[in-house]
Design a protein around this ligand. Structure first.
Ligand code: CO8
Length: 258
């Protein structure tokens, strides 16, 4: 792959968008390689994925404007679908995902970050959906995920004005969950990922599925989604190990993902 790097540190995977000459902008090759990279993650060993961009200047500065500029209506729709399918794959990846956002996360970059479960950013980070200034709407799920993440009123204000949001405001409105000095960001993202990876993997995945699936349905059905996932944990070795260790007042053995 030319534009995606995938590596592992223990049980934590790191996926890097690697096109720094164009501030990691997403052309169709980057998106296709992202798709391929997500398919290639070994979900038996990787328990949490950190998604980041190469360099300190940009996480991702958006979809590739040069490539988009001459698209027809049908081609625009097809490009939107390509991105949407891959971002949805990321959003529904069974393991948790953390976006480590250093620098610009604009347009498709903000949408990529919002497709992750958790966002941490540098104190230099700048978020925004500048699309209406380019004569288009967000096309990779931005209208939908932003409204769900920060509420409809705030999302509409940011979408209609195309205003950029710096790190402190992003934290205040809940767009990100933590802000760190740029040089510390990756260390903090990896620390959080390792902490997540140290918990019972099947239970962590079940939490992700419960939140994601439960938010799509009414509360009566949502609690049933949780009940089923909760019940399924009792078939796992990790639950038996952790609960018997508690009862026997000892430390549990490391979790085995079974
Ligand atoms: N696309 C293509 N190339 C880009 C992009 C981009 N989004 N962003 C930056 N680049 C390139 C520049 O062209 C430049 O290349 P070169 O050196 O060859 O001229 C290089 O990256 C460095 O960029 P700048 O020289 O512009 O760097 P500055 O420090 O002056 O500015 C900014 C940094 C402010 C981030 C500026 O680059 C910028 O405004 N970029 C565009 C940001 C933007 O508007 N993003 C949203 C794009 S639209 C979008 O993402 C829609 C998503 C859904 C699509 C659905 C399709 C149907």
């Amino acid at each position: 792959m030319e534009y995606i790097k995938l590596s592992a540190e223990g049980n934590v995977g790191v996926l890097t968008i690697n096109r720094p000459a164009a501030l990691n902008a997403l052309n169709d090759q980057v998106i296709r390689e992202l798709d391929e990279a997500l398919d290639s993650i070994d979900l038996d060993s990787i328990r949490c994925l950190v998604v980041t961009g190469e360099g300190q200047k940009a996480f991702v500065a958006g979809a590739d404007i040069g490539q988009m500029s001459g698209l027809s209506k049908a081609e625009g729709e097809a490009f939107g679908k390509l991105g949407n399918d891959v971002f949805r794959k990321l959003e529904t990846l069974p393991i948790p995902t953390i976006a480590a956002v250093c620098g610009f996360a604009l347009g498709g970059g903000c949408e990529l970050a919002m497709s992750c479960d958790i966002r941490l950013c540098s104190d230099t980070a700048v978020f925004g959906q500048p699309e209406v200034g380019l004569g288009i709407t967000p096309g990779f799920g931005g209208t939908q995920r932003m409204a769900r993440l920060i509420g409809m009123g705030r999302a509409k204000e940011l979408l209609y004005t195309a205003r950029k949001v710096k790190a402190p405001e992003a934290l205040a409105i809940g767009l990100v969950q933590g802000v760190y000095p740029a040089e510390q960001l990756m260390e903090e993202a990896l620390k959080m990922a390792q902490r997540i990876a140290g918990n019972a993997p099947i239970a962590v995945r079940a939490c992700k599925k419960a939140v994601n699936d439960g938010l799509q349905v009414d509360m009566d059905r949502a609690v049933t989604v949780e009940e089923k996932l909760f019940g399924s944990c009792f078939e796992t070795e990790d639950q038996k190990n952790a609960m018997s260790a508690f009862v026997e007042k000892r430390k549990p053995d490391p979790f085995v993902n079974r």
